[in-house]
Design a binder for this molecule. Structure first.
Ligand code: 6MZ
Length: 362
């Protein structure tokens, strides 16, 4: 089956990091601008950005570099807009975009102003209808599509935001992010993610913030088992988050716990292979989870950093695991049940999939 097919089917993206999803061309442009200003030595930088396969530690070095390039308000707004346009262009109908609110006092950036820049980006997307991002004057939960482009070429995309806690952060910083998420609920923030370099930081540091988030009704997803860390994996599963990402290094007992808990897993095939977290697709836990009908959703993780797209992830899963068109369509549709948005959005998404099923004649 060709890529055109995977692009044409509606899809749901639940694990996408904003700064990992930036277009290569934008990153290179930003690097060149800083290079010309003498702020950055760009010798070899293009090679780093264009490199195709990097280990997990190399990835986190790259993220530090990306953050140097992107962490000012105007750039955050720009990349948000571009990332949403890119996802919408390949028929993602619901996107949960996650990002780590950042502070940079030297340029007057607070976690709140960083997030305001993200929201501005969402409001300026002009190729699509961004649904459910309330405008300043609208009341909570009102649907306010951002309009401006020609109706016939428009696609509709629902966006929700997750605020990420970086594993480098302190308990106080993590609590600040949760507090911010609560303040921004009216602006499409629905939950909290725990991410960052998995060999950095301790579970106990983040637990108070994650517990607080849960108590306040925010939904939580955790990067779980990206490296072998038995104690942490067990503690994460005992926390019973609403979803987990990756789940690569679970041992037998953890699998049992995961399977009986029915916690949905965000699967990022290319990311796992590129970072050498999983040796080959033949060894990927997708197969086992899929065969036993465990809730799972295919995601990109960092479409820019790993040069992939959600359509490509669908294509890879279908060809590597021998799954047919109809089954892949159902896999995408099943993800509606794991989104962090409310029932009205879920109902709308079901209708979108029903209508696509009729049109595509699967
Ligand atoms: C863990 C990851 C990640 O938040 O600046 N991030 N954390 N594992 C991964 N798998 C490879 N990919 C990305 O987006 C970039 C940040 O997301 C997290 C890292 O903290 C990275 O710095 P934002 O928008």
């Amino acid at each position: 089956m060709d890529m055109e097919w995977w692009v044409s089917q509606p899809k749901i993206e639940l694990h996408a990091h904003l700064n990992g999803s930036i277009r290569d061309s934008t990153l290179l442009e930003l690097a060149r601008v800083l290079g010309e200003k003498g702020v950055l030595d760009i010798a070899g930088l293009e090679h780093v950005i264009k490199k195709n396969c990097r280990s997990l530690p190399e990835c986190f070095k790259l993220f530090d570099l990306i953050h140097v390039l992107t962490t000012d308000h105007a750039t955050v707004t720009r990349i948000t807009k571009e990332v949403v346009e890119d996802f919408a262009a390949e028929n993602i109908v619901y996107l949960e975009l996650r990002t780590t609110p950042k502070k940079n006092e030297s340029i007057g950036m607070s976690k709140r102003s960083y997030m305001d820049a993200v929201i501005r980006g969402l409001r300026t997307v002009d190729a699509v209808d961004v649904a459910f991002i309330p405008s300043q004057t609208s009341s909570e939960n009102s649907i306010t599509p951002v309009t401006g482009a020609c109706e016939t070429t428009r696609k509709k995309i629902y966006i929700r935001l997750l605020l990420s806690i970086d594993r480098r952060e302190t308990t106080a910083a993590a609590l600040e992010t949760v507090q911010l998420a609560l303040e921004m609920r009216d602006l499409g923030v629905v939950g909290i993610d725990l991410s960052g370099n998995p060999i950095v930081g301790k579970w106990e540091t983040f637990l108070p913030a994650l517990k607080f988030a849960k108590e306040q009704g925010l939904l939580v997803t955790l990067h779980c088992g990206e490296v072998p860390n038995r104690k942490e994996i067990q503690a994460m599963l005992d926390f019973v988050p609403q979803r987990i990402g990756h789940a690569c290094f679970l041992e037998e007992e953890d699998w049992e716990k995961l399977k009986s808990s029915k916690i949905p897993v965000e699967i990022c095939l290319t990311s796992n292979i590129m970072t050498q977290t999983i040796a080959s697709l033949d060894d990927h836990h997708f197969v086992d989870l899929y065969n036993m009908k465990h809730p799972l959703v295919l995601c990109t993780d960092d479409a820019g950093v790993f040069s992939t797209s959600l359509s490509q992830e669908y294509s890879i899963a279908a060809s590597s695991f021998g799954i047919g068109k109809w089954e892949m369509f159902q896999l995408a549709r099943d993800a509606i049940e794991f989104v962090f948005a409310d029932d009205t959005v879920k109902k709308d998404l079901r209708e979108i999939f029903d209508s696509a099923e009729r049109k595509l004649r699967i």
